[in-house]
Design a protein around this ligand. Structure first.
Ligand code: NAD
Ligand code: ZN
Length: 382
């Protein structure tokens, strides 16, 4: 498999009937925001939600693109970071949207990473009982994961993403050139979610990433040119297909949580801080899911787990508990964090396990004691 030569943007369709939409992927596509919005919702006014970092780099470009097509726009700028997925900031966004006289037929635009997508998407789901919105994801994580699929949320004091709604966007516009300005560490964290699509259902894509990851990181600076666009399109196609079959996560969509049970526990153990970014936690979580699967009745050959760990480590992602800086809680506390994240039924947990690269499955009967024994070993290796 080789990446196609860069040309027109790639369009991936999310097939959800009347709630279906396009994901448009390419360098510079942000310039087409105005005409695309005008074509989708003639006469609609827009309200942009963004954060301070993104506003500095991209708000003027987004507003200019809208103005060129005669689309009216106002905006609100919130502080960067997970802290903005709070009741307080949510209230500010909703109030600003209403103050700018956004009506039922108008549009919200989420211009930013996953935090902005979740926050703006949830505001769009409830302001005036729901208005349409467009996702303009500006982090790799948001382009391959959070902007697609319609999950929106803010955080509760009891946990992340506990207050939210399913609300599909009407368009996702992923400009891959904006990722050139993304801090390397953020890009790398998003790359973990990209790898996830290979690991959960597309072995050929994982092999392609092993061979081409440097071009994906280099983006426009690489001789390969469109490797980044290609990788994002494959991931979006993977997510779109799963979402189309199971929009509300009654089954298969749970596969997208590969690495997330261990990952969320580690993220929580680090206090959702800069110590461990979400994607970094997921990288370690996927490595642990492979090791756990290898250990568990030899579901997957040890060499296969080693191959996954080798690739994640090669790009600079954490793959073991010892790669996580600072203190980690005891095995009891980690188990408590896992139990908080997952419903425990008669001592059994549901995990996404693997039979190999590209074949993940949902296992509802994982004994808590088995997970505890595994994590104890891993903690001892630190
Ligand atoms: N809805 C979903 O399906 C879903 C899926 C996965 C993750 N999420 C959510 O996504 C969030 C994480 O998203 P994220 O990793 O994108 O974090 P983020 O939105 O906080 O962005 C990371 C950092 O990069 C900055 N930034 C964004 N774009 C930039 C650019 N182009 N150039 C320079 N800096 C830029 C931001 O200001 C921020 O400081 C979490 O809250 C998570 O719960 C949601
Ligand atoms: Zn994730």
């Amino acid at each position: 498999m080789t990446a196609p030569v860069r040309s027109d943007p790639t369009v991936v369709k999310v097939a959800l009937g009347e709630r279906g939409y396009d994901i448009v992927i390419g360098r510079g596509v942000i310039a087409s925001l105005g005409p695309r919005v005008a074509a989708l919702r003639p006469g609609a006014r827009t309200f942009i939600v963004t954060d301070e970092n993104v506003a500095r780099n991209l708000l003027a470009a987004a507003e200019a693109a809208l103005a060129d097509a005669g689309v009216a726009a106002s905006h609100v700028i919130v502080p960067p970071g997970e802290g903005s997925k709070s009741y307080r900031v949510f209230e500010q966004v909703c109030e600003a949207m209403i103050a700018s006289r956004i009506e039922r037929g108008d549009l919200a635009i989420a211009l930013g990473g996953g935090v902005i997508g979740d926050l703006a998407g949830f505001a769009a789901a409830v302001v005036r009982r729901g208005i349409d919105y467009v996702q303009v994801p500006t982090t790799l994580l948001a382009q391959v994961d959070s902007s697609v699929g319609g999950k929106t949320a803010i955080d509760s004091t009891h946990g992340k993403n506990l207050i939210g709604a399913f609300h599909q966007p009407i368009l996702v516009l992923a400009d891959t050139a904006v990722l050139d300005a993304l801090p390397q560490r953020e890009f790398r964290a998003g790359y973990a979610e990209l790898v996830k699509y290979g690991l959960l259902g597309d072995a050929a894509f994982f092999a392609w990433l092993e061979a081409n990851w440097r071009d994906v990181f280099a983006g426009g600076n690489s001789s390969g040119g469109s490797a980044r666009e290609h990788a994002i399109a494959v991931a979006c196609r993977g997510k779109a297909a799963i979402v189309a079959r199971d929009e509300r996560e009654t089954g298969e969509r749970a596969l997208l949580n590969l690495g997330h049970t261990f990952g969320h526990a580690l993220e929580a153990a680090c206090g959702f801080s800069g110590r461990l970014l979400h994607g970094e936690a997921i990288a370690a979580g996927m490595a642990l899911a492979f090791e756990f699967s290898a250990r568990r009745q030899g579901l997957v050959p040890k060499a296969e787990a080693a191959r996954v760990i080798r690739h994640l480590a090669e790009v600079g992602l954490p793959t073991a508990l010892k790669d996580i800086p600072g203190p980690l809680p005891s095995v009891d506390q980690l188990m408590e964090l896992i139990a908080q994240d997952k419903k425990v039924k008669r001592g059994m947990l549901t995990f996404i396990l693997v039979r190999g690269v590209g074949s993940a499955f949902i296992e509802a009967g994982v004994d808590q004691r088995e997970v505890r024994a595994f994590l104890s070993e891993k903690l001892a290796e630190r």
